[in-house]
Design a protein around this ligand. Sequence first.
Ligand SMILES: Nc1nc2c(ncn2[C@@H]2O[C@H](COP(=O)(O)OP(=O)(O)OP(=O)(O)O)[C@@H](O)[C@H]2O)c(=O)[nH]1
Ligand SMILES: [Mg+2]
Length: 481
Amino acid sequence: MDMNKQNSANSVSPQGLEVESTICAISTAPGVGGIAVIRVSGQDAIRMCSSVFQPMNSGEKLTDQSAYTVRYGNIVNEKSIPVDEVLVTVFRAPHSFTGEDVVEISCHGSQYIQQQILQLLIHKGCSMAKAGEFTMRAFRNGKMDLSQAEAVADLIASTTSASHRMALNQMRGGFSSELKELRSQLLDFVSLVELELDFSEEDVEFADRSKLSELARVIEAKISELAGSFKVGNVLKSGIPVALVGETNVGKSTLLNLLINEEKAIVSDIHGTTRDSIEDLVDIDGISFRFIDTAGIRKTKDTIENLGIERTYQKIEQSEIVLWIVDCTQVTEHIEWLTEKIARRAEGKKIILVFNKIDKLIDDEREVIDQLFSRFVAERVYISAKRNINTHHLREALVNASQLKEINHGDVIVNNVRHYEALLKANEAIQRVISGIDTGIPSDFLSRDIRDCMYHLGEITGQISSDEILGNIFGKFCIGK
Ligand SMILES: Nc1nc2c(ncn2[C@@H]2O[C@H](COP(=O)(O)OP(=O)(O)OP(=O)(O)O)[C@@H](O)[C@H]2O)c(=O)[nH]1
Ligand SMILES: [Mg+2]
């Protein structure tokens, strides 16, 4: 993408080449903190900062400062009046985040100070950075590919250990190296096929078709594996959906409030209290769960309540794990009916039977309950949501049911819809290659499909990209990233 066209502050160098402007922004979170960091990047970064910086040791000029060193001094205004005492770190191109000269000014966290320093820099010719512009420059200068740049945003947004691990791995280039390997295999592949095109008159076959077919299948398996990991990646990013379902008054909302540690849902002993679904995210053992409280299932003539119950059914279908909550003291006579309503929709999902209100349970009643639900092969836990008894068993059962605990540091997991869609398209292309080899289509068609597959993989890393795509991706970043 040609950033120069976007940035009105760009200038023209004596050689006539367009030179990118030097940009600045506050890179720490908005608001007041102990300290704040202002980042400046571009070929004039060091000179511009030097003109507003007075080192404590007057012999040390910022422009002479070597890379990766820190200087202590004052930022001063036009009248040489100190604005703040700061630490200034210098990075020199190409060994910096953006690949350009970078200066990071660590000042005190006052918003007034931050704004004053920014204004001084702008006065010296700096431009305000646009959203994601530092990362975009890093991408454009080849410091990282597009999927790594996107991982920077994910890393900053990560709230659980699993999403953090996933983003960190992607940022370090785990995914990129898998894609690079795939593209190099495809390149070998297409060169073999295209060699035949050069000799098409002579009708020769350089590439052994069974070897080609084998190679295509290996590539297809890898692409499928990556695409398949999206399901895990997506739930890790947005939380595993867990629906809390059951009859009315069994304690679903009480349990939701306990799990999310907040009185979010209304609890009452009136049947049919919850009408609409209520959701919240909670991190258990490093895994993010999205708990969804739903309207209790019962036969009712109330129109609104029935709409709520319809929604409950949808939530069962949308969730990965279903907590079927049963009131121990009111063991249902409607198991058949409920099974029809819940279990049928929860087919293929993890069901955990949660027997609630054990604080009111007499010992031998437990056997009766077990008996009633004996035909369900589901994990069961006996808890009291109101008195917080045994709820750690439920948390353990949830973590086990998620099957996500085993993610290792090196695992490549796709968690981005854009990457997933590109992988699906690459997969379609390689499928065409496989069936093309099987049916013996001419080399030029094969070559076109292989190149199509490479094209879609290239979209992920940014080798193939458009202004629109880049604008979309980096526009979602905050200013200062
Ligand atoms: N003794 C006891 N009472 C509980 C327990 N959990 C919930 N309750 C009570 O059961 C009643 C119903 O609780 P809710 O959480 O509103 O039940 P619900 O399943 O959300 O009900 P609906 O929204 O109507 O479907 C309330 O009076 C709760 O205080 C428990 O573990 N033990
Ligand atoms: Mg409720």
